[in-house]
Design a protein around this ligand. Sequence first.
Ligand code: ADP
Ligand code: MG
Length: 139
Amino acid sequence: MASNKTFTMIKPEAMAAGHAGKILDLILSKGFRVVALKYTRLSEQEAGKFYEVHKERPFYGELVGYMASGPVLAAILEKDNAVQDFRALIGATDPAEAAEGTIRKRFAESKAKNAVHGSDSDENAAIEGAFFFSGREQY
Ligand code: ADP
Ligand code: MG
């Protein structure tokens, strides 16, 4: 059965640029409900663990350094078909390929600094949500 939750982070460059409010507003306007929300910063070690699936990729070191470079806004979101619908809302990894109206098209700086994270499966949404939030931080 498909879960109705996904996990997101507004990434450091979008936070630094002051886009958090607009991005969150857009997410809420598309029918996602906030289950959990946290302003926090990853250490390099934590960023390395979060992105462990990419550790063989050439951009892993850059990605880890970038994600630990400043605070992020982490959230668990709820909606029917959450994972797929949220991936559609954020758009392609590379903003140059992202569709008009998507978060990455509007707010991403580059393929690396692409404004937001979105889980790619129900299984990873659960793992990633639990990485940031305890049970009593989710409502
Ligand atoms: P997505 O975030 O769209 O699921 P991936 O899971 O493939 O994309 O990659 C994770 C993150 O790694 C991306 O969001 C982006 O920040 C970074 N990244 C992906 N590909 C590259 C690349 N070729 N060069 C630099 N950073 C990249
Ligand atoms: Mg991914």
